[in-house]
Ligand binder design. Structure first.
Ligand code: CA
Length: 288
């Protein structure tokens, strides 16, 4: 009798074990993502990647940074291939989901690298502007540009070409010498080493700017502006107080300093041959 009891007990246990094993054989297994190769690629997407792990099942999907990868192929239970979608620069999660398991594996990370070259997004002066120089003793205006993202110091080539406008008295032209300043990560400026002159069109060319990742701007960005002659002077010109040769008479510090009149005339008229006379209220300039 005792032996029969054991047989019954073993039989029940065997049936229970068989039922449990049968049940597990049908269990839905969570895929396990162990590694990705390569682990980085451009933000534009299109990088073929190989995923290795366990329990990959036909119909599994892959997301990279939350976006669906394309060309997903389940090669085997331990290998898949896919192509990255476009993404944003930085590290993002890569997740595999089997068609019958909501629970996601991983994640492993993929790093999107910067593939976008910098561009010029604004300039000073604006393209086509005719700015007034605010200081009549110095004809120059600020020249600069802002980029779409931080750029490498020293990467920019910036030239400022000068052309003569019809109302100029002389025809000096050519590139003006100066230095490029890196004022911030995204802004540059140009400091001429000679006086800028009125009655000129200035064309600024910017090229070569590289972002931190080394992407170089495409082509050359150009913009132009004009510094107009405030008033063309021929023969005797009488500057009235408040009217000015641009604004000699506006400012006592200039009106009372003959060396500044000469500089203003030289910068604005390109004219070395001139004479001044002034009385208490008027300044007379003679351009030969
Ligand atoms: Ca970039």
């Amino acid at each position: 009798m005792k032996k029969t009891k054991y047989i019954v007990l073993i039989s029940i246990l065997s049936l229970l074990l068989a039922w449990m094993m049968g049940g597990c054989a049908g269990c839905k297994k969570t895929p396990v993502l162990l590694s990705i190769s390569p682990t980085s690629g451009p933000e534009t997407g299109g990088t073929p990647i190989t995923l290795t792990g366990e329990n990959f099942k036909e119909g599994a999907t892959v997301t990279v940074g939350g976006s669906a990868a394309t060309n997903v192929t389940v090669v085997s239970k331990i290998e898949m291939t896919a192509v990255t979608p476009p993404g944003s620069v930085g590290s993002v999660d890569v997740v595999v989901r089997n068609p019958d398991v909501e629970q996601a594996s991983g994640p492993q990370t993929f790093t999107y690298t910067d593939a976008t070259p910098p561009t010029v997004i604004s300039t000073t002066p604006a393209d086509g502007a005719s700015p007034d120089y605010t200081d009549p003793v110095d004809t120059g205006v600020a020249i600069g540009a802002t980029f779409s993202e931080p750029i490498q110091q020293g990467s920019v080539t910036m030239t400022v070409a000068m052309e003569t406008l019809p109302d100029a008295l002389t025809t000096a032209s050519g590139d003006i010498p100066g230095t490029v300043n890196y004022d911030s990560d995204t802004t540059i400026s140009f400091t001429p080493s000679v006086n800028m002159k009125a009655a000129r069109r200035y064309t600024v060319s910017i090229s070569g700017a590289k972002d931190v990742a080394g992407n170089e701007m495409s082509g050359t960005h150009t913009f132009s502006f004009e510094l107009k002659t405030p008033k063309r002077i021929t023969g005797w010109y009488t500057g009235k107080e408040g009217e000015t040769l641009k604004s000699i008479a506006d400012r006592p510090d200039i009106y009372d300093d003959e060396s500044k009149w000469k500089k203003i005339v030289r910068d604005t008229q390109d004219q070395e041959a001139y004479m001044f006379r002034r009385d208490s209220k008027r300044l007379k300039v003679f351009i030969k």
